[in-house]
Every structure is written in C-alpha cells, then in structure tokens.
Design a protein around this ligand. Structure first.
Ligand SMILES: [Zn+2]
Length: 496
C-alpha cells in the first residue's frame, strides 16, 4: 500500500498597517477542498505542486483543504479559528496519514496570534504526533519563527520574485517526503532570523544582488549532506517581533551542520545588508528617468499601493499626475473602486460619464479624481492569466471597466488584484504594448508579464499605507534593533 500524504494549506500575507480585519469571506471565496484539490489541472501553485509531486513518487494524495485569502489586515480570531478548525477537521477525518504537506504563506497573523503559521503547524503536530513528517512550503515573503521550525520537519521557501517556482519547490518537498518515508534521509533543520528589513525591489531574482543570493542557495544545495536551503526575505508590512529576513538549512541528520550552514548563509546576507536597501524615488523623477532612457512604455510600479501586499489599490497620486501632464497612450492598472465600477456599468459601454475614481479607502490615498471618462469597455472581471507566473489560473475581479479621459486609460476593478500579466487588460481591449506610460499597482510580480514589453521600469514611492520606505512605517512591536532603522543593529551569533 502506498503512503498516504495529507495535502492542504491556509495562506495569508497579513499586514497590520491596513486598519480592517480580513473577513472569513476573503478566504472562503477561494477555498478548495477534498477531491476538488485533485482536479485542478496543472496550475503553478504550491498545492498543485504537492499533488503532482506526491503522484510522481507513487504516493497517495489525501486532500484536505486549501484556503487562500487576499493579502490584507489580520484575520479576526473567529476567522482564524474557523479556518484552523476546518483544516484540522479534514485532517482528523483522514487519519491515519504517513506525512503532511502544507502550503503556508509564512506571514499570517490573526487577532491573538503573531505567528498564525506556527500555530497551525503546532496544532497539526499535536494531531499527527511526533513521528509523522510535516513539511511546508512558504512564500519568499515569509517571517520564519522558532515555533514554525520546531513544529515542522522541513520548511522550504520559494526562491523567485516574481514568484514563479511555487510548484517546483512543492514538488521538491514532496520528493523529500518520499525519501524521508523510505528511510533514505532524516531531515534535520536549523534556521537563523536576521534583524534585517529587505527592500522589495532588491528581491528581484533576475537582477543582482538577489541573483547572487539565489546563486548562494544553489551552492548550498550542492554541499554534501544538505537536503534543502532557503532564504526568507521577510514580509515587512506587519508590525510584530517575527519580522525579518531568515535562512533555513535542512541537512540529513546533522543538527550542527544545519546550524552552521544556516549561520554561514545568514552571515553572507548580513555582510551585504546595505545591498538590500534602496533610495526612494518620486513618480515625477521616475517619469523623467524614463524619458531620458528613451524606451517605451515607461512602467511606474506604484509599489506602496500594491494590492498583492494588502494595500487598498485606489491611490490616485499617479493617475492625477498622468492627467495633469496630459500624457498620451497612458494607462493605470488597476484602480480598485467597486463604487466607480458599479456607476460606469449602470451608464453602459460607449457612454461618457462623470465619475469619481479611486481615493476612497483612506485619506492618504485620495482625494478621488473627478473624471469625465469614456467607458471604452465593460467586463464581469472573469479571465484567465496567461503570463509565466500564473498561466492558467482563473480570476474574478468583479465588475470592471476600461475608462479613458484624453490620453489616459484607467482599468477600474471591484476586487483587488495586481497586474502580473497583460491578459486582463487585453480582455478589455487595452493592448499594453501600445502604451507609452503604464502605472502598475504592484511591486515586483508585474515584471513577470510586463518586463518583456517595458522600455524602462521604475519602482516609485507615492503616498501610501504600505510605504517601501521603512522609516515611514509606524513600527512599535519589532522588539529588536533592526537594520536599516538602527545602524547599531547586530546579530547575536551564539546558539543555545
Ligand atoms: Zn510573496
């Protein structure tokens, strides 16, 4: 009889700088459970990679549930308990299992739990006992805790940004599960948390210095006795003591080697701590840089209003700039504004409407822009991504529209999403390749779809709730001196 491997997950990237709690509906909208997990095809997600990898190894998938919420404020205690209970209930009905594979973001917090992922791992461990291997894969933007490391046998972290290696990392983990159950290896894990805030534009793995960090991982993979090595760049828009970059090394039954190598990798990162920082850049300066570079479209990444990180996605600063400059062949992707979407849907395609666009979620992101907009096209928001990151993944952005005032186009959606490829714009009739100026409310993932068409790319700093300038974030609970906030931040390399 083949080994029975439970597969499931709860994923949420939590920011405490967004005032609203994330409700249960945010998760339940996209929850997949039971056999439906097996029938999803070949999407590039961690759970789909688990399913594929378990099958490749001749093991049996025992599907639990996969609940993925859009990034946002902390889950309420009720939401957390409902999700955790649901997952544990699926697991208890599936027992006995030989191993557990979980997709956990790595920066999930809820009311009462700074370490939501660690708490889920703790409860799963309690249920399956100490002998059953538990392995998890996390987003690159994870804050790893000692509880997470203690409760799991293997934690593996994605290596790419934009994230494109979800299924690959998951398959590797599934293969490691098979080798573990076969008695070929005994995974032994150590980690090191660094007091380091890592700037998002310096996480792009296609460019130095992040490409050097990924090369280090490849070097570590090849060391004798190493089963897996990971770097977590951290998720910085959450105010709790877990924030920070980290390293994880899993060896074959050698605890001291795992600890030494986790520290060696962490030391390599810490020695280069200034390399992971960046200067801030205004949208105006970015436009100027783009003109000087001369390639089009000039892409401005409005990174502080990235809905992928939990921001509201309705900041109007760059839309206003585009209109004031009277830019031609310009587009803003996407303005999250259900009220405006409703209004233009009621007016109908082909009409010209007076509509207040964006700037409604928070005073810092406004005021709304009063547009006299042509309604070029309307959509129910359903489409399928076709770029390298999420090809084949279906999405529903709710009532959406393509608006235009003079040369400036805006795609308004009802649900939050960051533009990661050209597919949704195309369904509305907007060919991004024909634009000269594009604003994307995204930090890095947009590159997967937009880099091939961009003349130049500039991550800019507009007024935002999720500022990329760490000095602007209202931290109160970090609990340690952190670089670059404190020049005297240091690492205590001693281990108990
Ligand atoms: Zn991420």
């Amino acid at each position: 009889m083949s080994w029975r491997i439970a597969v499931g997950g709860i994923e949420h990237e939590t920011t405490t700088f967004i005032p609203d709690l994330t409700p249960l509906e945010n998760f339940s909208r996209r929850t997949v459970r039971g056999d439906s997990l097996l029938e999803r095809g070949d999407a590039n997600t961690i759970v789909d990679g688990f399913v594929k990898g378990v099958g490749q190894c001749g093991m049996q998938v025992v599907p639990l549930l996969w609940a993925k919420g859009d990034s946002g404020g902390p889950a309420s205690r009720d939401t957390f308990e409902t999700l955790a209970h649901d997952l544990l209930n699926c697991l208890s009905q599936s027992l006995p299992v030989d191993g557990v594979l979980l997709s956990l973001h790595g920066s999930f917090a809820a009311e009462g739990f700074d370490d939501g992922d660690g708490e889920i791992l703790r409860r799963v461990r309690e249920m399956v006992g100490p002998a059953c291997p538990i392995m998890a894969v996390h987003d690159l933007h994870s804050n790893i805790s000692s509880q997470m490391v203690e409760m799991a046998d293997v934690l593996m972290i994605e290596r790419t940004y934009p994230h494109v290696d979800m299924a690959q990392r998951a398959m590797e983990t599934a293969h490691l599960m098979a080798r573990t159950l076969a008695g070929e290896v005994r995974p032994t894990m150590a980690y090191r948390s660094l007091p380091l805030l890592w700037a998002a534009p310096k996480m792009i793995d296609a460019e130095a210095p992040m490409s050097d960090a990924v090369m280090q991982l490849t070097r570590f993979d090849e060391k004798p006795g190493v089963l897996s090595a990971s770097i977590g760049v951290g998720y910085q828009w959450i105010d709790n003591p877990l924030v920070g970059a980290s390293t994880i090394v899993v060896t074959d039954d050698n605890r001291s080697q795992a600890a030494e190598l986790a520290d060696e990798l962490a030391g390599w990162i810490w020695d280069r701590r200034a390399d992971w920082q960046r200067e801030s850049l205004s949208p105006e300066s970015a436009l100027q840089l783009g003109e000087e570079a001369g390639g089009y479209p000039v892409v401005l990444a409005d990174q502080g209003d990235n809905t992928g990180g939990g921001a509201p996605g309705d900041s109007t600063e760059i839309l206003r700039l585009f209109l004031e400059r009277d830019l031609q062949q310009a587009a803003v992707l996407y303005m999250i504004d259900p009220e405006a979407a409703e209004l233009v849907h009621a007016a109908g395609g082909g009409t010209t409407v007076d509509v207040q666009v964006g700037g409604k979620s928070h005073p810092l992101l406004g005021p709304p822009v009063a547009m006299q907009a042509e309604v070029l096209s309307l959509s129910d928001g359903c489409f399928t991504y076709d770029g390298p990151m999420w090809a084949g993944v279906k999405a529903d952005l709710g009532k959406s529209a393509l608006l235009r005032q003079r040369g400036v186009h805006v795609i308004v959606t009802s649900r939050p999403a960051q533009p990661i490829d050209l597919a949704f714009a195309r369904t509305l009739g907007l060919d991004c390749r024909q634009m000269r100026y594009i604003c994307v409310k995204s930090t890095g993932h947009f590159r997967s779809g937009f880099e091939p068409i961009a003349g130049s790319i500039h991550n800019v700093d507009s007024a935002s709730l999720l500022s990329q300038d760490f000095f602007q974030l209202p931290y109160t609970r970090l609990g340690r001196r952190m670089y670059p906030l404190h020049d005297d931040a240091s690492v205590d390399w001693a281990r108990c």
